[in-house]
Design a protein around this ligand. Sequence first.
Ligand SMILES: NC(=O)c1ccc[n+]([C@@H]2O[C@H](COP(=O)([O-])OP(=O)(O)OC[C@H]3O[C@@H](n4cnc5c(N)ncnc54)[C@H](OP(=O)(O)O)[C@@H]3O)[C@@H](O)[C@H]2O)c1
Length: 196
Amino acid sequence: MRIAIIGAGTVGTTLGGRFAAAGHDVVYGVRAPDGADRRSFAEAVEGAAVVINALPFGAVEEVFTGLDVGTAVVVDAANPLTPMSGDEERARTESGAERLARWSGSTRLVKAFNTTGAENMADPAYPAGPAAMFVAADDAEAKTVVLGLAAEIGFDAVDAGPLAAARDLEHLACVWIRNAIVLGQGRTFAFAVHRR
Ligand SMILES: NC(=O)c1ccc[n+]([C@@H]2O[C@H](COP(=O)([O-])OP(=O)(O)OC[C@H]3O[C@@H](n4cnc5c(N)ncnc54)[C@H](OP(=O)(O)O)[C@@H]3O)[C@@H](O)[C@H]2O)c1
């Protein structure tokens, strides 16, 4: 499947590398195209089945407003808040993912790949089992596609409900960030779901 990743930073290249290794056709949308797999934003999304937003939240509105994502599944991996940003109050009423749905005009918006660090995207395997990846969306088919992609790269893919649940997932990301960075646990831990 053709996957366009908007933003070729840590998350973008980590997910892109995993999806390419799994056999997908990955292109990046960047500010400085290289004529190879790093293209302009418009060129990257052309013909893509899935478009993954891996930009800092502050850049998302400008890049996605007017970008023609067509009928692609749009996956939001960005986090609009950090424990210190002061943006928490706004995110309680409208998540970054819901804002991206407005800015991009996409009705196939999916929140995923935001609740854990890039190290876990590179390798979700832990001795007790795979790290969980929570996936929230209103469009059932789009959600199925992203649950499949998360499972393909080794996550325990978990349906987290409708797109409005992105508000929860963006706060869950803060739990991970706070533990990893502020509380000093480090980046090699992940959330998991145990079942019986
Ligand atoms: N790092 C993690 O472990 C992690 C985990 C989960 C979610 N996230 C979220 O994922 C997103 C990306 O994080 P990251 O760590 O991958 O960031 P990053 O390494 O800093 O990469 C960000 C990318 O966005 C591009 N960019 C920055 N400002 C831009 C602008 N104004 N217009 C266009 N492109 C711009 C940069 O391109 P240039 O090369 O042109 O500067 C860079 O390729 C963030 O929203 C973050 O909260 C991060």
